[in-house]
Design a protein around this ligand. Sequence first.
Ligand code: COA
Length: 265
Amino acid sequence: MGEFRFIKGDRTNEDRMKNTKEFFQSTIHFSLGNEELAAGLTLFTSLSNEGLNNKTLELLHPEEIKIGGGYASEVRRRSFFNGRIVGKMAMNQVFPGIPPAACRIITGSIGRPVIEALPQPYGISISHNELWNAGVCFPLSVPMGIDVETITEKNRAIIASILSDHEKDLCSSEGDTLEIIHLLWTAKEAAAKAIGLGFLVPTAWYEIEFIETLRTEPQRIHQCRFKNLSVFTALTVEIPGAMLSIAFPSENNFSQTMISLLQLT
Ligand SMILES: CC(C)(COP(=O)(O)OP(=O)(O)OC[C@H]1O[C@@H](n2cnc3c(N)ncnc32)[C@H](O)[C@@H]1OP(=O)(O)O)[C@@H](O)C(=O)NCCC(=O)NCCS
């Protein structure tokens, strides 16, 4: 496998990150050996009912609308639509010529989202919660996973219950802040999605060995290395009210390229 080389990055923010309806998109172009590749990241805060309806009709395939509409739970229905919308927006950054409503994101084996009918082998990773939605579209030759979690005290005990002794020590050395706890959690979930097995395997697979700060300006970006999953790395950044992580292959210093995708200002 060749070296990763950063080619260029674009971002759209339009100052909306400061407002309640927050929206952010970033695209990077890079090469791996002789191949030119791209990755697209979209983030937005959950839409109003009207916004959700409009975006659903604009971006989703009729089959997706049917599946989402079939969920009895309103929470699941909204999260499904938000997740599909953010996935389609991320896809559209890499494939601007493909109408998002023309292709489907289907649920593959073990829950993994699979995007159909793309001209090149690209995948999608999705995360949605009550506040934020995040999606990344990536080449299948460079697998990625994304996770976003609202930073809240009520998650503290749940996250602590799955941390190893070593990870608890990492948290203690950082003052046991809610931020560090969510940083660890989102990095693990992002890795779980990048390998496509989720938490159907022991959580020890995703044990984090160390965390380092790669950037402090304009935003603090942390890098997590996994003890048993050393082929993957996760970058983590705090966004308003939440923590966002993306996991990707750790080879050939790809982190330097991925930082460009995560520079949100
Ligand atoms: C995958 C998992 C880490 C998701 O984390 P979460 O914090 O609950 O939820 P998020 O919003 O961050 O992510 C949900 C998305 O992850 C994706 N996902 C689910 N399983 C996945 C897998 N094995 N690999 C990659 N992505 C996966 C899906 O796109 C899902 O959204 P969708 O169901 O609307 O398509 C977690 O649910 C898990 O490990 N589950 C065990 C596997 C399982 O039960 N799979 C079936 C899920 S329906």
